[in-house]
Design a protein around this ligand. Structure first.
Ligand code: ATP
Ligand code: MG
Length: 186
């Protein structure tokens, strides 16, 4: 058996379920990878708009080992703050753009860890096609570790994965009427 430090990268991790902690778990793993001199890319699916994600500006300004690729339209209305539900052709176009970025990063093979944030939920919602995602996953260079986050991970993603964690909702202050808190939830 290999020493833990020699065990190879290149597995697929899936964080899904309806409890909080999927994206933040991915970000925690990213910090560990950077601490060990790895290069990381995060592709955000269906998460456009720059005002709702505190970590992005910080990462761009301070952590040069991480490359960020947000895709998707902004779902939050800048004036009313209302969330837009549903899937449009524009959402799907943005999803396809996200997958193109992933293919491109695989080809360049510069990163050791790639996070596909909200790829599970985006697939479930029909923003991107399950078969196309599977095809992209199959094209990855063998040593790139992948983290797939988002609710409702398709069974086929879980089947491909080496690690699957289902965040289970036990309690969330949201259901007491407390909205997302800056610096903690976004
Ligand atoms: P986080 O980014 O905090 O790790 P997440 O990735 O697990 O959350 P998402 O489905 O991406 O969860 O939800 C994004 C936002 O919704 C976050 O602000 C998160 O705190 C909040 N949230 C997560 N789970 C729930 C839940 N079960 N009910 C209500 N809000 C939730
Ligand atoms: Mg998330």
């Amino acid at each position: 058996m290999l020493h833990p430090r020699e065990q190879k990268w290149g597995m697929i991790q899936v964080f899904t379920g309806n409890g909080k902690g999927k994206t933040t778990t991915a970000l925690g793993t990213v910090i560990r990878a950077v601490a060990k001199q790895k290069r990381v890319a995060i592709i955000y699916f269906d998460k456009g708009g720059e005002n709702h994600y505190s970590e992005r500006e910080f990462i761009r300004a301070r952590i040069s080992e991480i490359d960020l690729f947000p895709t998707g339209l902004d779902r939050i209305d800048p004036i009313t703050n209302a969330f837009r539900f549903g899937v449009t052709a524009e959402d799907q176009k943005e999803g396809e753009r996200g997958l193109c970025i992933v293919r491109d990063l695989f080809e360049k093979n510069k990163h050791q860890l790639i996070v596909l944030d909200e790829i599970n939920s985006s697939t479930h919602l029909g923003i991107i096609k399950e078969a196309v995602v599977l095809d992209v996953l199959d094209q990855r260079p063998p040593h790139i570790e992948l983290i797939l986050t988002g609710r409702d991970a398709p069974q086929s993603f879980k089947d491909r994965a080496d690690l699957v964690t289902e965040m289970m909702l036990v309690k969330h202050y949201f259901y007491r009427g407390i909205a997302a808190r800056e610096g903690l939830d976004y």
